[in-house]
Design a binder for this molecule. Structure first.
Ligand code: T68
Length: 842
């Protein structure tokens, strides 16, 4: 397929360094026409946009395949250390545009499509998002893969090929309705099925001990149900470097042709159960973010993809090496939160039972291989599996966890038995892996990992001083911070072509792979001409979003108004409720003082709520209800518009970030581990309105407090209230008339004839439930300072030149927040990988 991949032996090394593979437009054009004909027996004129998208994708895949083979051959030859990024979620979004960008073929492809009378945006819009993730955690994994390939590091992503990804959100009568996301309906052009790497994964049954002739015990799982794991590979294209890494996602198939275990011969019902297990296993992504639901099928999913991935990693290693003890020199597993933590006992199982290593040898290998990233301090997100469920589903794995726990408890006893003032039983209660009938996955990940990292400086400090304090005391050397980042290739180069072009004109194009170079814009921040150009680009992007909103929501918005945006998962700690209460307050003000100074504002929301999260879903209904009232009240002359963008996802996110003036990052301080949307807004020249939480702290540190709007309690203040009490929302309600008015409007019929509809939201702010303090997330406490910060936003926006200056400085100071920097730190401080460079040819 790829003549252009032939090795060019004629160029000198110096020439090679200069050479850039050029995108062959004629070849691409012929290839599309050929694919349309070959796949659909059609001419271009007869083909549908979806068919042209498919044809174009296969043409691009042709160009990727040669590089993919070269890369994998180079890895084979150089035998570098590899990172396996283990994650239940990879929120990849669309592939076609991204692959064209990273092949440096986007402009050429756009021109070819134009010559064929086609709009590249229309073709890209045919592709469903690969939404195999919930939110930040899944998108972070996708950005990391992009950076790993771009920096030339050998890496695998390991995950699940869910048949249904994150649900599609429809809004009906203001309520969220979840619609299945059948993303594979038209096929997935970039994936490759790899049945030759299939693995068997075993569930349930029981463990028997067999003694061999040397008196050694062997543990065998019997009476189990087995599933076949089939890998599908997706290419991860590095930017302009010829590197193509692999995201390997596993599908489940029934054993079918495989024989049942001899033990089970003739057990028909077991065979049927086995069929069913395979059928349901990878059906759907659980749509909870920052929440643990404890579903048995979820644990099955975890063990399924982990067992297959760990088996493959060990087999791949052993194909080239003979000494399993040196495994950690060539392989490292990064566990994306606790979801993949069964990798620890699974690797132990393989080493103990299949390689017959002793416990200490196996433990040494495992603890030098596994590293863990924590993404949250929210208590309700901590994974704690009931022991009865865990041991029934994974009997051999459970035995190994018991032994890990037994030895760790012993270690606690040895360390603290004779330490003055330490209650050993208390330490065990707080730190054991098995306690109170539960398996605590975070504890296992810390005990068996060589690295534990948080995702922003503040988050890591809170882990060390609060939630994981006892572990930090015991293993201080394991703890480290890796502040998150995002890929500028997708979120600026692809998502905001106008600004990307402008940045390149001003500072050159090195920012694409070296984002700190974007600081060259600083010198233009005061330049009146540059400010004008910047604001004109922002305006064009606001027009683009306005058009999207008109098409999708049938709402007219004023592109001259301030675009004030909060897009992220819906969660009480992220405080979308505070945002909409403030909109209600502004509306009250405008109604009371029709002639007050007011700069027109468009409040834009986008958020999916977990299907079973009542208050989150009710907040969506509230936003839409307020939107209906406010948008249709002629008396306020369109000064406030409220828009809820349906089905917020990676592809519409690109359009939204590009158009934002204000970036709402208003979580209760200490609750948002990092945030990554905050970084995407900054890169696109929106100004942060936020609390000093997560990575906001570092954003403000980079851009300067004068170029952001910071408000609210500090994390220390929040933690102090949580530990010592002393916050009473009712007191605020009783003393502040503005707040009392909006809170009462939740239940007085202003917005809903059914006065009880929003009662649960009202209660969440004021009613002390038996266990919880009312207003858990300090919305009433922070409301005033939020409203004041919003006033400052308005005043600042009136000064167009001052605003442009701040916005440009935000872009200019975003260099730290590239995932390229984050990945380089993982490489230097945790993984210790070497770069692989390729001879490039086409
Ligand atoms: C997010 N976590 C953090 N979790 O909330 C965010 N949880 O602050 C951070 O920037 C981001 O991770 C990346 O580090 C999540 O997105 C989940 O999606 C999730 C999924 C399943 C179970 C629990």
């Amino acid at each position: 397929a790829c003549e252009e991949d032939a090795v060019n032996t004629e160029s000198t090394p110096a020439e090679k360094a200069e050479e850039k593979p050029v995108f062959d437009k004629e070849l691409f054009k012929r290839s599309i026409l050929y694919n349309v004909m070959n796949m659909y027996r059609k001419n271009l004129e007869e083909a549908t946009p979806q068919q042209i998208f498919q044809a174009a994708s296969y043409s691009i895949k042709d160009r990727v395949i040669g590089n993919w083979m070269n890369t994998q051959k180079a890895y084979e030859k150089e035998d570098p250390k590899m990172v396996y990024y283990m994650s239940m979620e990879f929120l990849m979004g669309r592939a076609l545009g991204n692959n064209m960008i990273n092949l440096e073929a986007y402009q050429g492809a756009k021109e070819v499509l134009e010559e064929l009378g086609l709009d590249i945006n229309v073709i890209e819009d045919q592709e469903p998002d690969a939404a195999l993730g919930n939110g930040g955690l899944g998108r972070l994994a996708a950005c990391f893969l992009d950076s790993l390939a771009t920096l030339g590091y050998p890496a695998y992503g390991c995950g699940i090929r869910y048949r249904y990804g994150m649900f599609k959100q429809e809004i009906r009568d203001g309520f969220q309705v979840e619609v299945p996301d059948n993303w594979l309906a038209e096929g997935n052009p970039f994936e490759l099925r790899r049945p030759e790497y299939a693995k068997v994964v075993k569930f349930g049954g029981h463990v028997s001990v067999r003694c061999d002739e040397n008196g050694r015990n062997h543990f065998v799982q019997e009476g189990y149900q087995a599933v076949r794991a089939i890998p599908y590979d997706l290419p991860i294209v590095g930017y302009g470097n010829g590197i193509v890494n692999t995201l390997r996602i596993w599908d489940a198939e029934s054993m079918g042709g495989f024989q049942l275990d001899s033990f089970d011969k003739g057990d028909y019902s077991k065979a049927v159960e086995q069929e069913n297990l395979a059928r349901n296993l990878v059906d759907v992504l659980y749509p909870n973010d920052n929440h643990y639901a404890g579903k048995e099928l979820r644990l099955k999913q975890q063990y399924f993809f982990i067992s297959a991935s760990v088996q493959e990693a060990v087999e791949k290693y052993m194909r080239k090496h003979d000494d399993i003890h040196r495994f950690p020199e060539k392989v490292t597993f990064q566990l994306n939160d606790t979801h993949p933590t069964v990798a620890i006992p699974e690797l132990m199982r393989i080493l103990l039972d299949e390689y017959n290593l002793g416990w200490d040898e196996a433990w040494d290998i495992t603890t030098r291989t596994c590293a863990y990233t924590n993404h949250t301090i929210m208590a309700e997100a901590l994974e704690k599996w009931p022991i009865d469920l865990f041991s029934r589903l994974l009997p051999r794995i459970y035995q190994i966890v018991e032994e890990i726990n037994r030895r760790f408890v012993q270690q606690i006893e040895e360390k603290y038995a004779h330490v003055y003032n330490v209650n050993v039983q208390e330490k065990i209660r707080k730190m054991a892996i098995l306690y109170d009938g539960q398996v605590k996955m975070a504890h296992m990940a810390i005990v068996a990992g060589y690295s534990v990292n948080g995702v922003a400086r503040l988050h890591t400090e809170i882990l060390k001083s609060e939630e994981l304090r006892d572990f930090y005391e015991m293993f201080p050397e394991r703890f480290n911070n890796k502040t998150n980042g995002i890929t500028q290739r997708r979120f600026l180069l692809h998502g905001n072509p106008l600004l990307a072009q402008w940045v390149t004109e001003k500072v050159g194009d090195s920012w694409i792979t070296d984002l700190p170079q974007i600081s060259g814009l600083k010198k233009l921040a005061d330049d009146a001409e540059a400010q004008k150009e910047f604001m004109e680009i922002k305006y064009q992007n606001k027009l683009r979003l306005a058009k999207y909103i008109k098409e999708h929501n049938d709402i007219e918005v004023d592109p001259n108004s301030i675009f004030d945006v909060q897009v992220k998962r819906l969660h009480e700690y992220k405080r979308q409720l505070m945002n909409i209460l403030h909109v209600m307050h502004l509306y009250n003000e405008l109604k009371a003082h029709p002639d007050m100074e007011f700069f027109p504002r468009t409040f834009i929301f986008g958020a999916k709520a977990a299907a079973g999260y009542r208050n989150a879903k009710l907040t969506i209904k509230l936003i839409n209800t307020v939107a209906d009232v406010v948008n249709n009240d002629a008396s306020i002359k369109g000064k406030i518009k409220v828009v809820f963008i349906e089905n917020y996802n990676v592809s519409n996110a690109e359009i939204i970030f590009a158009a934002a003036d204000v970036s709402e990052q208003i979580s209760t301080a200490s609750k948002e581990a990092s945030g990554t949307g905050n970084m995407k807004f900054m890169l696109n020249g929106a100004i942060t309105l936020g609390t000093l939480d997560g990575a906001n702290v570092e954003i403000v540190e980079e851009v300067g407090r004068e170029n952001a709007f910071i408000f609210g309690l500090s994390s220390n203040e929040v933690i102090h209230f949580e530990n010592n009490g002393g916050y009473d929302p009712m007191q605020i309600f009783n003393t502040d008339a503005d707040i009392r008015k909006v809170v009462n409007q939740l239940i007085d019929g202003t917005y809903s004839a059914d006065k009880e509809l929003f009662r649960p939201l009202y209660n969440s702010l004021l009613n002390t439930l038996s266990t919880n303090r009312a207003d858990t997330y300090f919305i009433l406490k922070d409301f005033k300072s939020y409203a004041e910060a919003q006033k400052k936003v308005e005043a600042a926006y009136r000064d167009r030149s001052g605003w442009a200056k701040s916005a440009i400085l935000n872009v200019a100071c975003s260099g730290k927040f590239t995932s390229d920097r984050t990945i380089q730190q993982y490489v230097d401080e945790i993984w210790h990988l070497d770069k692989v460079t390729l001879q490039q040819n086409g």
